[in-house]
Write a new protein. Structure first.
Ligand SMILES: [Zn+2]
Length: 416
């Protein structure tokens, strides 16, 4: 048994505890309470963190670790297809070791900035057996599938992904899922088959959806720069008939297991489709800013009761900050979101990278909160302020955790 004590403990499923303690046994949380109620025993190790906020590790629901070393390499584009073309050029110059190195760089950044669980889109899944063991992060690796440019048969694309997935060892630390890339880069058949496979094998599912105006225009109106670029590459018969969200619904993809990433452009009936099918929406504030999208429809989604999470996306679509390369830091996303949405309470914003994110991944009660039997994934940041300001501090100041524990194993510990 190990007990971690701190001046403030934020379980998130209950009010903050002053002078609190979290006891850990076999990688799981055994109890959460006040230090006074904790009874020391000789077999317990105590880690006293002093003036710190102790809280659950953050959960990043959308990332592309293998693009991390593309940070700062693509200037903000004139339109969305221009960005896709730029990243395709960049990728054509990269080999396996570039992707592997990039993945590891991203994983180290995410961990050291307080992320303990990460749902990652894997464009180069072959590297997973080699990189997984190099990080302590809890990972949900979602295998990316496209097929429009390669012209590969959808059954072959899916069976290749499923066979890869079945050959990788899984644990509570490492799990797998599927990610058809986007409505415009995949065929309708691949989407239908993937939805069925995810249901059959109980897999998490992620797709970039309604990210750009150009994608919305392509499906809604059957025109625009993305339509013009892709019309010689894919079947466009579904274009001009309805929104990207309606299109995904028609392919049977909308469900509570879906992480719908971005969702910036909605037709009037889309909100109801997302609500009825209990789809999780993942908003990436800094990526949103980089592309200069229309305002994210946060308020209407929130009022409709949609589960909304905040995530980083890849570093290939985040602005440099005063000349500095961006990092995979969820605290940066919290600050970017609160800057645009100052009316939203900091507690609610923090939930979007903890409790909501756990729900989106189907891991409620296990991740994103401190409660008995949850995974012992904890972080702590130095803090000398009042209890009443602690949430405000967390979402506004980009604090640096100096204590990080995953599955009861300490990864980072403050210098004593
Ligand atoms: Zn993405």
């Amino acid at each position: 048994m190990t007990t971690v004590r701190a001046r403030l403990v934020l379980p998130l499923n209950q009010p903050p505890i002053e002078d609190g303690a979290v006891t850990i046994h076999n990688g799981r949380i055994a109890s959460v309470g006040s230090w006074d109620s904790y009874h020391a025993s000789a077999s317990n190790t105590v880690i006293d963190l002093g003036s710190r906020i102790l809280m659950p590790g953050l959960v990043n629901t959308h990332c592309h670790l293998d693009y991390s070393n593309m940070a700062g390499k693509i200037p903000p584009p004139s339109d969305f297809p221009a960005w896709i073309k730029s990243i395709l050029v960049l990728k054509s110059h990269w080999d396996y070791s570039d992707y592997a190195q990039s993945w590891l760089t991203g994983a180290a950044q995410a961990l050291h900035t307080g992320t303990t669980t990460l749902a990652d889109i894997e464009a180069v899944p072959e590297l997973l057996p080699h990189v997984w063991e190099s990080t302590s992060l809890r990972l949900i690796s979602l295998l990316e599938m496209t097929g429009v440019r390669s012209g590969q048969n959808p059954e072959a694309t899916l069976s290749q992904a499923l066979s890869f997935l079945n050959n990788l060892p899984r644990s509570s630390h490492r799990s797998l899922g599927l990610s058809p890339h986007a409505p415009y880069s995949t065929s309708a058949q691949l989407l239908r088959l993937t939805g069925l496979a995810a249901q059959e094998f109980n897999l998490p599912l992620a797709i970039h959806a309604a990210e750009s105006y150009e994608e919305f225009e392509m499906f809604m109106a059957g025109r625009g720069p993305l339509f013009d670029w892709l019309k010689s590459q894919r079947d466009m018969t579904a274009c001009g008939l309805g929104s990207p969200i309606r299109y995904l619904h028609q392919q049977g993809l909308l469900s509570p297991r879906l992480l719908a990433i971005h969702v910036n452009y909605l037709a009037p009936e889309d909100l109801q489709l997302l609500v009825t099918n209990r789809v999780n929406v993942i908003h990436c504030p800094r990526s949103h800013r980089y592309f200069d999208h229309a305002p994210f429809p946060f308020q209407s989604m929130r009022d409709a009761g949609i589960n909304i999470c905040l995530a980083t996306d890849s570093l290939a679509s985040i602005h440099k900050n005063q000349g500095q390369l961006p990092e995979l830091n969820l605290f940066e996303e919290l600050r970017a979101f609160t800057t645009t949405n100052p009316q939203i309470a900091p507690e609610e914003i923090l939930n979007m990278v903890t409790l909501n994110a756990a729900q989106a991944l189907g891991r409620q009660g296990e991740l994103g909160e401190l409660r008995p039997n949850a995974h012992a994934d904890l972080i702590a940041v130095p803090y000398n302020g009042n209890l009443s300001n602690c949430f405000d501090y967390l979402v506004n100041t980009i604090p640096t955790p100096d204590f990080i524990m995953i599955q009861g194993q300490t990864c980072v510990c403050p210098a004593s």
